[in-house]
Design a protein around this ligand. Structure first.
Ligand code: GLV
Length: 308
């Protein structure tokens, strides 16, 4: 029987029920209980540092989310055990919907019309075109590739930036450090869905903002630590950046005293662009468990050296 351990998951019952649609012989345990040590599989998001190192039977770690930065930060996590990140097409879909919503809200002047409505003011302004507008997506993997393709379908001029060259129909993809400057040049909208790695930490900073078109808009659905928050505030003040829609922050929950909360040009989302839902994620999780328990290589195994 496969023992699946959760750390403090309030949704344990929901997961158990959903996983039973795909797995036969398994039981779920709470990793912090006495039974926790028996777990073959840890299905976790952000367990306390050191927790996974205490599990003698551990054969696989499966993430309840897409990012693996919590695992990377814990030097005690056993690295010989497969670590699998969640790639759920429904979550990729959700993130692409959020990015489209954030871009169109800005591009179609929704903040202006909300202000007008609050003042009962009928004040049309001419809509901006889409066809020549350059949208850049940083991180064109499973999620970013979908976002790039969807913005192409909406009629934007879309570019992608990735670690390695790759092909996406209708999207010019720039690769590596050397590809960053040509990728950024002339962008009106910059969307990040990058994973957090030593290379991407602090990547959205004054230097990057200055390479974008004046008045560009920033959308961050990657990780908060990729954005230098004071550089963004400064770039908005200078008019270099028009504003931002942010789903992720250096500190979450965003502290009540943070200047982003009351900034008229910044839209805050409380890390909800793509939430994990066992209804759609259980299929992927069960496939990873089945592969690991059969001694096979699971899909979406994390490469520790690459960092995602
Ligand atoms: C959410 O941010 C995730 O990594 O799943």
């Amino acid at each position: 029987m496969t023992v699946i351990g959760f750390y403090g998951s309030t949704k344990l019952e929901g997961w158990r029920k959903k996983l039973s649609q795909y797995l036969d012989d398994f039981t779920v345990v709470d990793l912090v209980s006495n039974e926790g040590e028996q777990a073959d599989i840890a299905l976790v998001w952000a367990p306390p540092a050191g927790q996974l190192a205490k599990m003698p039977n551990l054969r696989g770690i499966i993430m309840q989310g897409q990012g693996v930065d919590y695992m990377m930060a814990d030097k005690t996590v056993p690295r010989d055990v497969p670590l699998v990140r969640l790639v759920d097409p429904d979550m990729s879909n959700a993130l692409s919907h959020w990015a489209i919503l954030a871009v169109l809200d800005f591009w179609r002047d929704a903040p202006h019309y909300r202000t007008c409505q609050a003042a009962s003011n009928w004040h049309p302004i001419l809509q901006r075109p889409t066809s020549k507008i350059k949208v850049g997506v940083m991180g064109v993997g499973a999620i970013g590739g979908l976002i790039a393709a969807r913005f192409t379908a909406l009629g934007f001029d879309v570019r992608g930036w990735a670690r390695k060259p790759r092909h996406i129909d209708g999207v010019e993809v720039f690769a590596g450090r050397g590809g960053l400057a040509p990728f950024l040049e002339g962008l009106e909208i910059l969307i990040s869905v990058l994973p957090l790695t030593p290379e991407t930490r602090g990547i959205m900073n004054t230097n990057m903002f200055n390479q974008l078109n004046k008045g560009a808009y920033i959308i961050n659905g990657g990780r908060g630590q990729q954005l230098v928050e004071k550089d963004l505030l400064n770039a908005i003040k200078r008019g270099q950046i028009a504003g931002a829609a942010l789903d992720v922050f250096s500190t979450e929950p965003l502290p009540a005293s943070h200047p982003f909360w009351s900034h008229p040009s910044i839209t805050i989302w409380p890390h909800v662009a793509a939430q994990t839902n066992p209804d759609t994620a259980a299929r992927q999780v069960a496939a990873a468990i089945t592969a690991i328990m059969a001694g096979q290589e699971p899909d979406n195994r994390v490469d520790w050296r690459r960092g995602y």
